[in-house]
Every structure is written in structure tokens, then in C-alpha cells.
Design a protein around this ligand. Sequence first.
Ligand SMILES: [Zn+2]
Length: 600
Amino acid sequence: MPSSPSPVEYRIRPSNPGAHLFAVSCTVRTLDPSGQLFRLPAWIPGSYMIREFARNIVSLRAESGGKPCAVEKIDKHSWKVAALPYGTRLTLHYEVYAWDLSVRSAHLDTTHGFFNGTSVFLAPDGCAALPCAVVIEAPEGEQYRNWRLATTLPPARPGRTRAFGFGRFRAADYDELIDHPVEMGCFTSARFDAGGVHHDLILSGRHDCDLDRLGADLARICACQIELFGAPAPMSRYAFLVMVVGEGYGGLEHRASTALICSRADLPWKGMEGLPDGYKSFLGLCSHEYFHTWNIKRIKPAAFTPYELGRENYTRLLWAFEGFTSYYDDLILVRSGVIGVEDYLALLGKTVSNVMRGSGRLRQSVAESSFDAWIKYYRQDENAPNAIVSYYTKGALIALALDLQLRAGSAGRCSLDTVMRLLWTRHGRSGVGVAEDGIFAAVREAAGPRLGPRLADWLEAAVEGTGDLPLPRLLKDFGIVFEAAPAGKAPWLGLKLAAGEAEGKVVNVFDGGPAQAAGIAAGDVLLALDGLKLSAKGMDGCLARRRPGERVEIHLFRRDELMQFQLTLAPAPADNYSLKLAPRAGAAARALREGWLGRA
Ligand SMILES: [Zn+2]
């Protein structure tokens, strides 16, 4: 049965992999007789930065009925085609340069192709709610004969489509069209089922991954999350699209898939023993993106319903959507039994240390950090540690503190899970966006009249304020000891050098440290300490022989000028935190802890 023609039809083909070019066409019946507009998004949902994807469109022309039409570029991401009668069939042909090996845009070479719809599909104005048809073609040539295609875009003809085949796909509207990234090439694949959902695992790039092990661990993580929100899962299938590289880390969430980039060494291998840190962090990343299937892809800030893709979309709530997701990513690893309780506590200790090391936490709240993500978190400069707080890490600690208070205050009957399930029912299932005060309201409601109002007020003060969280006291009720390593005898300069560089280039100068007091700046290249040559590697060795309070002389280059500074070494700050099981926790504390993490 031929599928009925869609109002908007796209065709995309890797036309020249060697030149990193996709050829794309978009056909539509014009809606605006004064001239049909087409626009490309300026950002991709999930990554809050204006990226101006239209800069990668390298040529563009329009035709109608076999004749060329005039096209005018009217701003950096919009084109207007000359006036045509209403309903005239019009096709735009354009080429997209794809050479960004990240999960955020598009990449194409002779080994594989990857794209997000936000990088390649121009949106005809007025058509956002109309169904789209997409034909994805394989590149021409014998060398691409074995290429396959992986995407969760629904096939145009379900049941008659070859698994991993090129061909025709469909989307209910533009929002769906751009929410299914596409991978093509000679990838390896595996599948597993969890919570009644078919999951595909797609790995492109060279690797020696133990797919059975990875699939088994992911199946436990996915099942645990589906159980948390309640079956059935909101998606009928799901794909992990993983680009394996020598050095890389990142992920982007979508409604039925995630695009990930990871280091080859972080993947499990046959015969691997124990649980290496790199693999643990890769599983944490997968768990994080999967949790977004609910928390941000379906439970969304009202500010994102709908997304405005031509400009910044402001919300003060990223602490809830990224911070709560960051809290749950590792928590799910321990709850699903993929890691042990002590491993989990070690991960939490690292998060606490990360937050406490940045004095920016005393200047910016997580609500402000969310709002300004576009110009601050995503565009960090040398002063970032002194100026901003991460809504991921501090947001995760706020989630932890809230969860512990909900559990302790209700003798384990209520928790952050209860709040997440309420948000899922109220906002996820219904598609109603979360108002800027909607998380506080959900806490108030989920925790009941006795506990709710107090904790909702506490949460609001925590996300709008810059104070440190009462974690030591809260963890004690769960039989967990929170310790700060004592301020060291080691001396401290109060700066950070570029990792892996031969020369000692200063990356950050920390507030209140000796380097800042002496006038050393980011970008300076340190040459010598007390007249002896310095290297980034040798710095720790030099300092190990000194004591806080001693004066040292530093020679450096600022630009091309040789300069000399006198510093007084300070004691290293106490910013190493660890969380441990209390040796003698009472029965009540053990019960709370087991309700939270499972049995140790
Ligand atoms: Zn995230």
C-alpha cells in the first residue's frame, strides 16, 4: 500500500563522504503566498547554547515545477523563497557540511555518518505541526555496500522495513523529526529487552567491547528506571547510539534514544575483572541519558513546551532536570546492583568534593546557573570556578539532601521517587509543562501536609541560595559518616595548570589563593620556581619539599613579557570529602539506608 504523501518531505543522502557533505532536499506546498520561509534551529534541545547550525549550509537553491525560484537569505538561519501561489509544490536543495565529531550536530566521512535533525532539516514556516516523510539514502559506491542505518525514527511502513536498512521514515511533526538522531556505517549492534522494551546497542568506531557484558549491565539499569516510573515505559523501543573514539565523553538525550561518545578504554572487554572507573562512568552516562527519557524529554519545563529553536529558552529549573537526573544516574547503578554501596558512596564523595572546590558556588545559585546556562555554564572561561556553580553537581546534591529529608521525615514512606512519580503523572503523561515553581509544588503535594510545606520551602531556599547543604547531619541519620580530609600540610599556589602540556600554562587562578594575591593570571606560562626550571609535571614535586607560609619566587611569561612574582604558599584547602558506612549504625538508620540504597 503506498503511503499517502506527507505535507513535508525530506530526502537526505551522504553525497560526498570525502568532502563531509550531505545533500538534503525539502519539499512542501507553500503556505505563505508572499514567500515561503525556511529556518534551521540555532540550538539543539538538551545542549543549552546557541550553535547556529545554519553556518554549515554551504549551498542552497529552490525550484518549483522544474524551474528555479529566487531565494533570499533574510537572517543568519532563515531563507525566503520568492512569492508563489498558495499550495504550490516547492523544493529546496541544499548541502550540509558535517565535520563535528560530537553528539550535538553532524559528522560524515568515509567510515561513518551521524546527524541530528537540527543540523540538517530546514523547517518550512507554518509546518511545525504537520507530518513529515524522510527518505534516508545510502552513499553511492562499492565501498559503502555494507553500510547499515540505525535510528529510532519510525519506518514509513512498519513491518515491511529491513532492520538497520536505509529507506523511508516518518515523523508526526517537526519536533519528532529532530528528536531521532541517525547513525550510518559498518557499526556493531546488539539487542536486549528490559521492562518490555526492545533496546538496540549500536557501536561505531573501532572497539573491543564485550557487548554481552554491556548489554547485561544496561538491561538492569533500564529495567530499574522503568520500574521507578512505572511500566509500561513511554517508548516502545530505544537505542543507545555510541561513537567510540580514543578520547571522548558526552551524551545527548532524545525521546527514544541517546547519542553517546566515549573513550574506547572505558568500554568493558572480554575477561575484564572488577569494575574499572572508566566503565563505571560510562554506565553512569548511559543511566543519565536514559533517565532523561522521562525527566526532560516528557516531564519538561513549561519554558520548553514548545521549544523555540531560533533563540535561547530561559528556565530557572535545570537543577531539577539535569541535577535530579545526575543524582539518579549513579543511584540507579547501586539500586540495580551494577555497583556496590561503597562504590556509590565513593562517587558521591567525588561529587561533594567537586562542588566544594568551586568558590563560584558562593556567588551563583543553581537557579541562576540554570537561567544563565546559555552564556555561562556552556561558555565557561578561565574565571568559571570563581563565578559559577554547576546545576548538574550541586543540583545532584540538592536532590540527595531532599531525598534524605523526605525519607527521614516520613520514616521511609515517601522519597524523591514519590516526587518523580507525581511529576510523571501530572506532567509527563499529560504533556503539561512544569511551571517555574512546579517542582516546589510537587514536593509539597507528594510529601503531604505535615512534611510537604516545610520541605518545599527548604528546596526553594536551597536552589535560590548559595549556602552549603547540611549533608553531614542528614547522612548521619542513614548511618553514613561524612568526612572532610583535614587541611593538608601540603602547600598550595591556588592555580591550575593545563594537563598534559609540557609547559606550565595557567588555566585557572582560584579566588583567595596565593597566585591571585601575587598577581599571577590565567594564560601565564610558568618558567621557574626559585630560579629552577618548572614543568607542569614537576610542579607537585617542587611543592612537596615546601611548607605553607614559605615565600617563593616565580618567573613566568605573560604574552611575550618575562615577569617575576613573589608568593607566600598557603595550606592546601580541605576540599577532599569522603562518605563511609558508619561502623555501628542503629537499626533505624540501617532501615532508612536500605530503603534508599538497598542492602550493603
Ligand atoms: Zn543531562
